[in-house]
Design a protein. Structure first.
Length: 377
């Protein structure tokens, strides 16, 4: 099987531990069957194995409950440990059921053999729907091996034929397990792709408008919202074509990520408009951080880009809003940053404006003393 990414493995582990009804039912059934066999045959071996089934069953149920309670806090390493723990519990349970079957053969308990056979088949059918092939194969193997050995040791040829059929059954189980796991994995990956498409810009790979709004709503403290619009982008499309324009947008997205680092979020809202979200401190420190980010972005986007071996230059305008108290609706906050952006563009571009500045205010700052850049080759 292909190597799983952490998100897919996490989803598969969640499916693995969503088997409470199955584990509870098969555990209770095994204990009841073992108790009946021990009572009818008055056999201490049956009794000892039944006690082991009870302990293992309780252990597995408790671990299922613990996993459900802790799932949201588990990291990738924890997920792998819990997957192994599930496999250990399943293998221990399978070994105990196999031991019960082998004991029935040993004392010649015909009805017990049939009851154990039914219990074994129920366990195998249930475990094959679990989406970790190594767990399916190991637990079913330790379950069937004692029965196969017991069949081979019987003098009648029909039992040896039965042992061969059990081996073929295990091989079939292996193929079924891998196919089911592949199907589950494909479904999970398709769901993940749909979720990404719903919150990710298909061209640049940046979060889209919906993801930006969700992130803004999820912030509790002050935040800077910076609206970015490219200056001279249309001339790039006209001169080099839309494919080159798309490549330029991807490079712009990469530069925005670099300017932000790990401290904020860059999103593409559509066309050549982008939005930045930066958690900041309140009052002047937050304003300073927002202004510094706007300065880095405008300066970075003024540097030349390379499209098909040709150096081109554009510029960028920005509007900055420092949202400290979050009294306005999310869309209203974005609209305020947009208005500041278009004020910067009307003033000539390649600069930024604050949303709390008066429209007539001329106290704005350019990234440098050069005029707004136009595309150049």
């Amino acid at each position: 099987m292909q190597r799983l990414d952490s998100e897919t493995r996490r989803e598969l582990a969640h499916l693995l531990y969503s088997s409470m009804p199955l584990v509870g039912t098969i555990s209770a059934g095994a204990v009841v069957i073992g108790a009946v066999m021990a009572w009818v045959a008055r056999d201490p071996g049956y009794a000892a194995i039944t006690m082991a089934l009870l302990v293992i069953g309780v252990f597995r149920v408790v671990k299922l409950l613990m996993f459900a309670a802790r799932f949201d806090q588990l990291d990738d390493a924890d997920i792998i440990r819990w997957e192994r723990l599930y496999g250990l519990g399943a293998a221990a349970f399978g070994l105990a059921v196999g031991g019960l079957s082998a004991r029935a053969f040993q004392i010649g308990d015909g009805p017990g053999i049939w009851m154990c056979f039914g219990l074994s088949m129920s366990f195998c059918v249930g475990i094959v729907s679990r989406v970790s092939p190594w767990i399916v194969m190991s637990s079913s193997a330790v379950l069937l091996i004692p029965t196969v050995i017991a069949c081979v040791l019987q003098p009648e040829p029909v039992f040896r034929m039965g042992a061969a059929m059990l081996v073929l059954f295990w091989i079939t189980l292996r193929g079924t397990s891998y196919r089911l796991t592949a199907a589950f994995t494909e479904r999970i990956e398709a769901q993940q792709a749909l979720r990404r498409q719903a919150h990710q810009d298909f061209l640049t790979g940046l979060p889209n408008r919906a993801a930006f709004i969700a992130a803004l709503r999820g912030l509790d403290g002050p935040a800077a919202i910076i609206a970015i619009d490219l200056d001279g982008f249309k001339s790039i499309n006209d001169a080099f074509g839309h494919q080159a324009g798309d490549e330029l947008l991807c490079q712009v997205g990469a530069r925005l990520r670099q300017c932000l680092g790990d401290s904020g979020l860059a999103a593409r809202f559509g066309g050549d408009e982008f939005m930045l979200l930066l958690p900041v401190a309140a009052a002047q420190p937050g304003r300073d951080a927002a202004g510094a980010l706007a300065r880095r972005v405008v300066s970075s986007l003024a540097d030349p880009f390379v499209l098909a071996g040709t150096r081109v230059q554009i510029g960028a305008s920005a509007g900055i809003l420092l949202a400290e108290h979050r009294t306005a609706e999310t869309e209203a906050l974005i609209d305020q940053a947009d208005r500041a952006l278009y004020a910067a563009k009307r003033a000539g571009g390649h600069q930024w404006r604050w949303a709390d500045e008066e429209p007539a205010d001329t106290d704005w700052t350019r990234a440098d003393d050069t005029p707004a850049l136009a595309p150049a080759v």
